[in-house]
Write a protein that binds this ligand. Structure first.
Ligand SMILES: [Zn+2]
Length: 117
């Protein structure tokens, strides 16, 4: 399950941030990821729960925000959200161009917010 390794690295970052600020209790954390990162929110939630159990991070609230996939056509600059199945080769709904679109959102994976005390 690739969410396990993602949760592990997110928790490492959280621990470092908490150390830096001398915090000992994690209250909540917000994770933002794009559709192309192949993360299943429920699995990430589960991984987070398993990995924080019996640690000082146990009981923290995990907020998850999933960003849609959006692209901009390289020819006519129309912005659109292709279906995931053919995401990278989706034709532009305006002009039909299939290749070279710019990915605007969809690959993100970051911690937006860490609340600790
Ligand atoms: Zn186009």
């Amino acid at each position: 399950m690739h969410e396990m390794s993602i949760a592990t690295s997110l928790l490492n970052i959280i621990r470092q941030e908490m150390d830096k600020h001398g915090a000992t209790k994690l209250i909540s954390v917000k994770v933002v990821f794009g559709k192309l990162s192949n993360i299943v929110a429920d699995s990430l939630d589960f991984a987070f729960e398993v990995l924080t159990k019996d640690t000082v991070l146990e009981g923290a609230k995990l907020e998850i925000e999933e960003l849609p996939l959006t692209m901009r056509c390289c020819k006519c600059e129309t912005e659109f959200s292709p279906e995931l199945a053919n995401a990278m080769f989706a034709p532009c709904p305006e002009c039909g161009e299939e290749f070279g679109h710019t990915l605007l959102t969809g690959k993100e994976l970051y911690l937006e917010n860490i609340q600790a005390e």
